[in-house]
Design a binder for this molecule. Structure first.
Ligand SMILES: Cc1cc2nc3c(=O)[nH]c(=O)nc-3n(C[C@H](O)[C@H](O)[C@H](O)COP(=O)(O)OP(=O)(O)OC[C@H]3O[C@@H](n4cnc5c(N)ncnc54)[C@H](O)[C@@H]3O)c2cc1C
Length: 604
């Protein structure tokens, strides 16, 4: 029996468990399917990001259902399957979103003042053990920071020291510096200051700057605290369902959690206070549905007996979509050099182990957050597109709501907010980040063995909403995941504009001076229509899934309240990316930690 049972030892799960166990009288058990893999080089070496996700034991690799707008392709959504969750295999880019977007979380929840940028900033600071950039990182790397937005191990306005080591690496590709000038955007004084939109800058990484290694949630919230007697972590166990007291009594009460060990034994723990669901935006709705909470029709079809009707569980699901532009370059060193020249690669690995420098010390970080006016050179086209989306607001809200009238109102609220910020040119629907090497859809071996200069274009503000639901009562089966990519016409148009802008940036001096010829999308893809056709064939998930157990009022289709309690259940809270009500203009890691830090307060 434990006071708290945390389902999923990922990004948020370990953070919340760490903070709860700061009180020695509180007992917590964390149940995690994967293993502790902190000693994998593919995990701890920054320059190896991307390699870890290729291991099946580290990645759930959820394949979506066929996506009609992507020619029925079934892209894979990566999600960390180890202690540390997403922070084990992610790209370590660590920015925050726009202050107005965090304010909107409070606004959509009847103006709850707790969920505003000003009131969340202390938690963003509390999660950090930030190392400011040194002279080299500032002068050569272009790193900038404003101290008032960061926390350190000892300097937090809230009790408890900062945990996740955040810093800048000691290797910068020179072409990344050229890129920042080429973007034409104003430089950001700090991408974490709540106003990243319309700027270009160098994001900090979730990285221990003292020894140039990844800092995952295991590094930040577990390793140094593993000897706390009240902080128990079980790895290699699959949570199969939450156990309820008498299901006819309202509100429903969790009395324990059932799990399956690697050898197939079914066991359970009892809970005294609360079950905390932190299995991620795909894993958490799955566990709720396996426990009989959700849309009764969907549950019955999957063979699960409904216990409590909460029809929007798994709905309102969204993801960032990712595409590219790339070309050949004449510059001497790119990340491709590691692939093209095995001897050079070995020397770089040796160098990293010797003094933690060189190409393997680098992690991605050059970001530009582009506003609608940066994307649309034709203002009339932008205004027509926004007006079209406004005219069809109810139509798409209804379409995406899966027949739930409350959720249709919620999605309409979300779209209204997003379109207003775009009309004001005060939000970034697209991120364009620079890659000093190949980035694109064509595997090595199939593409020309050359050096590349590339951009990633990430659609940060998709209006499309899909769903994720169990399709079987067998907990070992993946759910049917449908992010409904490109289902809203404005998503496609905006993303295409982002790819086109990225192509232009690659050709703009001084970055353009190292550009030889385009490889992808390809010289034959001239018009927006050509690029759109290509994008539908190649775009992938950016692995930023959210919204499936949204923090919204129930009459807008929400699943949790602003204390993150599941509606109608006495003692189950959701603490992970599932609660983010709609897409934000940033990579998610820092926001997920912030949510966990806030949820750990007993007064939350
Ligand atoms: C490949 C990739 C690259 C990314 N790049 C970046 C980036 O550069 N910057 C950034 O900010 N964000 C990035 N993200 C996103 C970010 O890492 C995630 O949004 C974030 O980690 C999600 O945190 P979470 O707590 O919601 O879920 P997770 O961290 O995924 O944690 C969920 C945990 O629950 C476990 N679990 C699930 N189901 C069960 C079950 N039934 N029983 C037991 N355990 C279970 C999982 O194994 C996992 O450990 C990336 C994500 C991926 C996958």
């Amino acid at each position: 029996e434990y006071d708290y049972i945390v389902i999923g030892g990922g990004t948020a799960g370990l953070a919340v468990a760490n903070r709860l166990t700061e009180n020695p009288n509180v007992t917590v058990v964390v149940l995690e399917f994967g293993q502790n893999v902190e000693d994998f080089p593919e995990v701890f070496i920054p320059g190896m990001i991307g390699a870890g996700r290729a291991f099946t034991e580290l990645n759930w690799a959820y394949q979506t259902v066929p996506q009609p707008a992507l020619q029925s392709r079934q892209p894979v959504i990566n999600a960390g399957k180890a202690l540390g969750g997403g922070t084990i295999i992610n790209s370590m880019i660590f920015p925050r979103a726009e202050r107005a977007q965090y304010d909107s979380w409070g606004a959509i929840n009847n103006n709850d003042p707790n969920w505003t940028w000003d009131n969340l900033l202390p938690y963003f600071k509390k999660l950090e053990d930030f190392t400011p950039p040194n002279e080299f990182q500032t002068k050569v790397g272009g790193a900038r920071f404003q101290p008032q937005f960061h926390g350190t191990n000892t300097n937090t306005s809230l009790p408890g020291g900062g945990r996740v080591k955040i810093g800048f690496p000691n290797f910068f590709f020179p072409q990344s510096t050229l890129w920042r000038t080429a973007s034409g955007l104003k430089p950001s004084p700090d991408l974490d200051n709540g106003l990243p939109q319309g700027t270009v800058g160098v994001s900090a990484n979730s990285l221990d700057a003292k020894n140039n290694t990844r800092c995952s949630s295991v590094c930040g919230y577990y390793t140094s605290f593993a000897d706390r007697k009240n902080f128990v972590v079980l790895t290699g166990v699959l949570v199969t369902r939450i156990l309820w007291s008498n299901s006819t009594i309202s509100p429903l009460q969790a009395v324990g959690v059932e799990y399956r060990t690697a050898s197939g034994d079914v066991k359970s723990f009892s809970v005294r206070k609360e079950v905390i669901l932190s299995a991620g935006a795909i894993g958490s709705p799955k566990v709720l549905e396996l426990s009989g909470v959700g849309n009764a029709t969907i549950l019955r079809a999957a063979g699960v007996e409904p216990v409590f009707e909460l029809p929007t569980v798994g709905e309102n699901f969204a993801d960032h979509v990712h595409s590219w532009a790339n070309g050949f370059t004449n510059i001497s060193i790119t990340k491709d050099s590691l692939l093209l020249d095995p001897a050079f690669n070995q020397s770089q690995v040796d160098q990293w182990f010797h003094n933690r420098t060189g190409l393997y010390a680098a992690a991605p970080r050059s970001l530009s957050l582009v506003n609608p006016s940066n994307l649309f050179s034709n203002k009339q086209q932008l205004s027509d597109a926004l007006n079209g989306a406004r005219r069809n607001l109810s139509h798409f809200a209804e379409l995406f709501s899966n027949g739930n009238k409350n959720l249709a109102k919620g999605i309409e609220w979300q779209h209204n907010f997003t379109l207003t910020t775009w009309a004001q040119d005060s939000s970034a629907p697209v991120e364009i980040n620079y890659e000093p090497g190949y980035s694109g859809p064509t595997p090595a071996g199939t593409r020309p063995a050359r050096k590349y200069t590339a951009i990633n274009a990430v659609l940060l503000g998709p209006l499309s909403r899909g769903r994720t639901h169990i399709a079987s009562s067998d907990p070992s089966q993946p759910p049917a995941v449908n992010p409904a990519y490109y289902s809203h016409p404005l998503d496609v148009l905006t993303h295409v504009k982002g790819i086109q802008l990225g192509r232009k940036m690659l050709r703009t001096p001084p970055l353009g001076n190292i550009f030889e010829a385009e490889f992808e999308p390809g010289a034959d893809k001239k018009t927006d229509a050509d690029v759109e056709q290509w994008a539908r064939q190649v775009v992938q998930s950016d692995n930023h899934v959210i919204g499936s157990l949204a923090m919204m009022p129930q009459d807008l289709g929400g699943v949790v309240d602003t204390r993150l309690r599941v509606y109608g259940i006495r003692n189950v809270r959701v603490v992970d990316a599932s609660i983010i009500p709609f897409p934000i203009s940033a990579h998610l890691e820092s926001s997920v930690y912030m949510i966990a830090e806030r949820a750990s307060l007993s007064s939350c």
